[in-house]
Ligand binder design. Structure first.
Ligand SMILES: Nc1ncnc2c1ncn2[C@@H]1O[C@H](COP(=O)(O)OP(=O)(O)OP(=O)(O)O)[C@@H](O)[C@H]1O
Length: 355
């Protein structure tokens, strides 16, 4: 068992790049923490500092309450799974999995039983005599996982482990990783830029931007209450619709002059947001007091099976509405988009949430 605690961790590379600018995260025992954010936000650097592969410029990393800043990667009792699998091409699957244990001088019998039982869990038993090039991408990824698991580490670190797989396999492996992590109960940190992967895997989701944490929490809490415009746009696909507001004595007005007809929370809100699924469309002109009603022109319809995405021009912006099943609207239609008042999000000048 292990907790992982980061306190005000910073990384300045010798080139002067400030990759991580002060990050604090507390990961309880057995939980899976996902670091998500756009390219260059510092998530891999943070993971590598936890692994001991990168020096820590300031702050502390503690595993199980013990600060490990000065401890080398091999003594931290962690196992890392990389995007490129990092398997030894000339070794059989068995030897790839056994390698770390042999290096530590683990007795032969114990190595054999650990490799075989892990291979069984990962459905690799029939492949132990193959070399990596004789495996599919998903099987290679499983071997990389197996190599981490046999070591029985305190912490697993995953660096974009699924990005080389196709979409279907990625979906399957996501479920496998989640189940394995839960079964083994090993505290884990997982880096990805894929928001869907982040949402579905995380117990704790950490959204990073430009070397800082934008928001930490349970995935659905973050989805329902994004702390900033950055988070609102990054988490959720299609992303949240955002409309600029100006104030007037009679209430907020949208970019095209449409009055929204009800009050904003406080006077600070300058952006209004709603998720594509929190709006509906209607061809009727009835009054809908208390709802956000936007005259809209349908520009494109994307049917994806169980639902359709309507891309519309409304209030001087482009918005997307998610409707279930087959859409009745078609490009060129004029209709009204109706947002549920209780599902609106408001943001201030600095892009922070206003409640
Ligand atoms: N060895 C290095 N020396 C100097 N700068 C670096 C080094 N490694 C990364 N950086 C810089 O630090 C910042 C954070 O990089 P990092 O790889 O941690 O981001 P990331 O969020 O993991 O991005 P990606 O998803 O593209 O891997 C970037 O600006 C990057 O250019």
């Amino acid at each position: 068992m292990a907790t992982v605690d980061l306190k005000d961790v910073k990384k300045v590379y010798p080139s002067g790049v400030e990759a991580v600018k002060g990050v604090s995260i507390a990961i309880p025992d057995k939980e899976l923490c996902v670091l998500v954010g756009p390219s260059g936000c510092g998530k891999s650097t943070l993971l590598r500092m936890i692994a001991g592969l990168e020096t820590i410029s300031a702050g502390t990393v503690a595993i199980d309450g013990k600060v490990v800043n000065a401890i080398g990667p091999t003594e931290r009792d962690i196992a890392m799974v990389f995007q490129n699998y990092a398997l030894y091409p000339h070794m059989k699957v068995y030897d790839n999995m056994a390698y770390g244990l042999r290096n530590r001088g683990t007795p032969k019998d114990e190595i054999d039983s650990r490799v075989r039982s892990t291979a069984k869990v990962l459905e690799l038993s029939a492949l132990l005599d193959r070399r990596p090039r004789e495996l599919s991408g998903g099987q290679r990824q499983r071997v990389a996982m197996g190599r981490a698991i046999v070591r029985n580490p305190k912490v697993f670190l995953f660096d974009e482990p699924l990005s080389n797989l196709d979409a279907k396999l990625r979906g399957q492996m996501r479920v496998e990783i989640k189940n394995l992590q839960r079964t083994l109960g090993v505290t884990s940190v997982y880096v990805t830029h894929d928001q869907l992967e982040a949402m579905t895997l995380a117990d704790i989701l950490v959204v990073m931007n430009a070397g800082l944490v934008e928001q930490t929490g349970a995935p659905l809490d973050i989805y329902e209450k994004p702390a900033s415009i950055f988070v609102a746009s990054f988490i959720g696909a299609p992303p949240m619709n955002l409309l600029a507001l100006t104030g007037s004595s009679s209430g907020p007005i949208l970019a095209d002059g449409t009055a929204i007809g009800f009050a904003a929370p406080g006077t600070q809100a300058v952006t209004l947001g709603f998720r594509p699924e929190d709006a509906d469309v209607t061809f009727n002109a009835e009054a809908l007091p208390g709802a956000l009603v936007l005259p809209a022109a349908v520009e494109a319809v994307e049917p994806v099976g169980a639902e359709s995405f309507l891309h519309c021009a409304a209030a001087g912006s482009r918005i997307i509405v998610r409707v279930s099943g087959r859409a009745t609207a078609k490009p060129g239609d004029q209709l009204r988009v109706v947002g549920k008042a209780e599902k609106l999000h408001w943001f201030d000048q600095a892009g922070k949430r206003v409640d």
